[in-house]
Ligand binder design. Sequence first.
Ligand SMILES: O=C(O)C(=O)C[C@]1(C(=O)O)C=C[C@@H](O)C=C1
Length: 92
Amino acid sequence: MKDLKTYRAQIDEIDKKLIDLFEQRLDIVTNIHKVKKNNDIPIVNELREAEVISQAICNLNNKTYSDEITEYMKAIIAISRKLQLKSKDTGN
Ligand SMILES: O=C(O)C(=O)C[C@]1(C(=O)O)C=C[C@@H](O)C=C1
């Protein structure tokens, strides 16, 4: 059995990748927001959010994590909504 230090090093590596991917996702959300602003499209699209979550569950190898992945994607979507609302206020 591996020791705690090894597992934590693995988590650090994964977190690094997650941050890079999340940053890319936020850049895309910023672009989406510009399109929405220019075309008078509402920030929130509940149908798309449900699609994002069900796709995430579909992509899971271990379906016993379905609840956790749903919570994770809801948090990501909430941050994406918030970023767009913030941009709306600041005009960015
Ligand atoms: O696809 C969009 O329209 C987005 O703004 C992105 C996103 C998401 O984070 O996936 C965020 C908010 C919307 O309600 C739907 C989806």
